[in-house]
Ligand binder design. Sequence first.
Ligand code: AHR
Length: 659
Amino acid sequence: MKKILSFIPVLFLLASITVSAQETVQIAVQADKPGAEIQPTMWGVFFEDINFAADGGIYAELVKNRSFEFELPLSGWRQMPKQNGTGRIVPGLYYPNNPGNPHFISIFPDPASGSFGLVNEGFRGMGIRKDTQYNFSVKARLHEDSDINMKVELVSPSEQVIGSAMLSDFNGEWSGHKVSFSATETEARAQMRITLSGKGGIDLDMISLFPADTWKERENGLRKDIVQMIADLKPGFLRFPGGCIVEGRTLENRYQWKKTVGPAEDRKMIMNRWNVEIRNRQAPDYFQSFGLGFYEYFLLAEDIGAEPLPILNCGMSCQFNAAEVVPLEELDTYIQDALDLIEFANGETSTRWGGLRAGMGHPGKFNLKYLGIGNEQWDEQYIERYREFEKVLKKNHPEIKIVSGSGPSSAGRMFEYGWNELRKLSPDLIDEHYYMPPEWFLQNAARYDNYDRNGIKVFAGEYAAHGKEGADPESRNTWYSALCEAAFMTGLERNADVVHMASYAPLLAHTDAWQWRPDLIWFDNLKVMGSPNYYVQKIFSNYSGTRIVPALSEGKALSGQNGMYASSSLDWKKGKLYVKIVNSTDLPVPVRLDLGRLPYTGNAVKQTLKSANKEDFNSVAGGETVRPLSAPVVLKGRRVDTSIDPLSVNVLIIDIKAR
Ligand code: AHR
């Protein structure tokens, strides 16, 4: 004991030496000398249907395989337990009358038991909220000499009925039937039981259940809580629908936007490529119903004030999978898809595709300005195909900005080849992707400092710091990964004259059904949670500014010197100066800001994101460990003295008198 005590003064001395060794970092924020414009599109979101982001996620449908179009028609369904009735279920086919949705089922309750039915398991259960209204709908056709009614019940895992309704009046023609009811309990893993009673048989299709309480109360719409989280980011753009999903594992499996518009029941369901992609995270029940299709994506972008950025297949399937390539002389249908998409978004209602948009409920134009050709393709095959698209699009639609790609790597032969070849062409933006270790983000904060200021603009379309993982699904979204991304993002902001768009990837993940992590926002059937990375994105996006302001330390951008990073921006309209400061060290760092000559009001706050432990993360079940905290900041004339906490991301929001 004595020995230990004698060490204490020595340890204390050592600690205080290290602390006092933290010299004040001086930052000259030249607010009176603003630089280049920051694009309104600078910070956006990238939505891909991975991790059950669409079906089972943002698309509020609760029934899995509602149209019996999964590879196994009864996936997601099971027949009712014997004690509740007996009978037969027969999968049926009415192709070619309905090529978009050829399957249905027939149910025949046994005359002896008088009732029979089936149970839908939902997407890892159904999230049901007490006192909320649920809208059930079904297409049905009664067989001859049959008389059948239907009971719909929501049941908890212990078989407690927590909501129910009755339907009758079926007839011999396919017709739609609806009923609404309220739930009596909240349950994250409910299932839906459908009991048919009476005599004879009945055909059923499009068995569907939605909460009435969707985003903007749209019928059969999107999950409100998840959309709100995305909207809160105030994203400048929405990139959709992928990602690798655009490419498909094979060309057959690629995303075809025309098959995702029109009546939901006619949109042909296909396998989601993430169903089989990740060996240790197989999801045999992962399909795309396209209930969230291109119309809904455009609507979502409009709702949240984001520029829509659709990405189209360029005539290649994923080069990590089948790597199929459409011969150049057969590329026309793919290019036509691009022309037709522009018509769908921006065309007059008198045109074929503009008319479809109007018929779906949106006569006004979606005002599409950006279009991506190919996702993450590389090498000659991509350039050859991209060139053909560019030729036609630049000629017919010079108003559309084209986004091309530089492949899956942040550097190297393929990346260089892509950039060099694209420089000979005229894309407006080049998409770069980097999923790298956290330290890479710290070391690459100056990545864009030396890019050509007059060259093609950059879209940092997919990035995320990939660190260590724990057992919990969300454990890869560590505080450290978020901090390192923030350090890197100061470099993106400082170079906003080169980088016009940036988005973290992927956006969404279901805690029980994910394939890929880390992800920005996690959810289960009832709750949603922003990761630390989400809050970093929110700081940058909500406090973006409209012009870059130089923030110099000893005459240079603060980009890693002594583990510190900074960027600054100005928004004259809002009357705000923003200064972002990241401290990647384990110690507090005193900072003196010299703000330049502007009419400051004296009001200023500092918003801080921090956590003592680099491995901390937020979790849907366990709660929010890392979240922003605000505190006032004292302005002495044009000076701010502040201490920047260890391992923290900060934004100082400084008010300026309106001009
Ligand atoms: O974001 C997950 C995947 O990463 C995307 O689908 C793809 O573009 C990239 O390889």
